[in-house]
Design a protein around this ligand. Sequence first.
Ligand SMILES: C[S@@+](CC[C@H](N)C(=O)[O-])C[C@H]1O[C@@H](n2cnc3c(N)ncnc32)[C@H](O)[C@@H]1O
Length: 268
Amino acid sequence: MLAGADLLAEVEGWMDRLFVAAPGARLRTEDRRKAVEVAAMLVEVRRAAERCGQKEGRAVQPALTLVDAAAGKTYMGLLAAHLALRRGTHEPGLVVAIEREPQRAGVATAAARELHRLTADALPVDVRIGDVRDEGLWPSEPDIVVALHACGPAADVIIDQAIARQAKHLLLVPCCTGDAIDVMKHAQDTAVRLGIPRHAPVRRRFLQAFVDAARTWRLEAAGYETEVIEFCAPTTTPHNLMWRARRVKEPNRQARARAELERLLTGQ
Ligand SMILES: C[S@@+](CC[C@H](N)C(=O)[O-])C[C@H]1O[C@@H](n2cnc3c(N)ncnc32)[C@H](O)[C@@H]1O
């Protein structure tokens, strides 16, 4: 498996082949930034896959199911299918991409067709058009759920679905935060109660920290050992935090997290 600069070059090459591929056209600056994010996520996908039992050099790999949620053009799903996950000898495994915007899902479907035309060793990619809220779009018990820049409330829905589907691993990079997020009312009330000034840069940071804290405790309370890491530099994207969560189901840890979540939401 490639790493570092080699992996980034490979990601850029495949993005070019699958999404640009016009004579004279090249990846734009924002595409190159996206490639940096995707390469960093692929390293995490590979690590999660190894924890699920996929090992380098092993002849027979267990089949894995990966969900790319709020997938957009499903850069992550497609490149994970080719560059991070290995075909099992017995079962092929599956990548499911869920995207509600039909035009983007159409681009993803065409890119998946092209990927499989160009290479035989990528996992099948099933692009499903619809809302991540729709339970029928999700496979049961996926091994890995990834969501790169899941906007606003989609990040919380994906957390809920990963928990409900008993996903083994969740790699979540939330995006923008706004009033549509469930805990935002708690965050705003708490800001007022604690005397956080209304000055936008100060208030915004507090609200973001509150939302981030609630997501962390919610995952922990549901049995996920959760780390929050900067998966790439803030100059690549200001939304550079990844929730890296692994289902461990430790009752004491869950009870502690439930108590902390309660304290966060009620102030007691
Ligand atoms: C910021 S884009 C990121 C796309 C992709 N993951 C990437 O990093 O290139 C967010 C995507 O999530 C999709 N989306 C937002 N809310 C969604 C929902 N509730 N269900 C399904 N897709 C959703 C949007 O249509 C958009 O394509």
